[in-house]
Design a protein around this ligand. Sequence first.
Ligand code: 13P
Ligand code: SF4
Length: 342
Amino acid sequence: MPPIKNITAQDLYEKLKNIKLGASCCQYSLKKCEELVPLINKINRLKAEQNAVILAHTYVTPEIIYGVADHVGDSYGLSKKACETSAQKIVFVAVRFMGETAKILNPEKEVLVPARDAGCTLADSINGEKVRELRKQFPEHTFVCYVNTTVDVKAECDVCVTSSNVYNIVASIPSDKIYFLPDQYMGQNLIFEMNRRGVKKDIRYYHGSCTVHEEIPAEEIDHIRQEYPDVVVVAHPECKPEVCQKADFIGSTAQMFSFIKNSTAKDFLMLTECGLGHRIKVENPGKNLVGTCRICDFMKSNSLEDIYRVMTDPAPHERVVIEESLRLKALKSIEAMFQFSD
Ligand code: 13P
Ligand code: SF4
């Protein structure tokens, strides 16, 4: 059995005490850490006993990230970790499409998704049947799906991408006709970026959106720049084009994290979910984060209680099960992504 990670309330508090931004669910006193630690250590013991690994997206709550997660990252990084792990059980603390991606890559492993509300407004905006209709309408287009899609959508597409590789992959696809789905704003940002790079492609896109990133207004950047003239603005490519075009850096969650970590600037405005700010506050406390951040209720619906419960008594819907022929079709689009990314 691997060693059991045992943490103290003081250890946890030392990590989490600097987190001040976001909802009250993500603010910590020593007393709150004392309450959390017994369950954290029970989960860590279960992980060792069950040969399980916990993969957590950066957007989930800090007590999960710093208490029980083995790997923390963005959708691309976590799908890579899902491929590499030797654990028999994967507890994917994020939303359902990420657990599905892990299952597509690891059919022999048990994949559990503990989120109470494991949806995602992007993944829920389109299904496989709609993609089949679109393919009839645009028969000459290469269909590129964002990873924030369900398995039946991935199965109908040619190449999957994530926010970390969408621009490079689309630029390298030989076809000059691309249908991108489901995020309309990422589609518009993609057109802008291809034009900037001088890459000529006819790009169509679907009308889905992430309600968390969609609500970020471009004016917020102007207000913050007036108050902090040297502020560096980082944005996720799910933000609207008028936001991305005013940002200094656009990237996935992990790319924004590395950019801020390696930057010599002091003040940052992060136009994304609050979880990234929490990690910056814990892992790079010298950086000053200005402005507000947004909460993804789906990601934040993960709790320590539900992680413990899925590891001991999972409900049928918390176990990811994918029919084999569908899995193999979806796998092709994910493998195409890895081939373009290598
Ligand atoms: P990342 O690829 O940055 O993990 O983004 C996934 C996501 O859901 C962002 O809203
Ligand atoms: Fe989906 Fe948006 Fe939440 Fe990401 S932040 S999981 S895209 S709803």
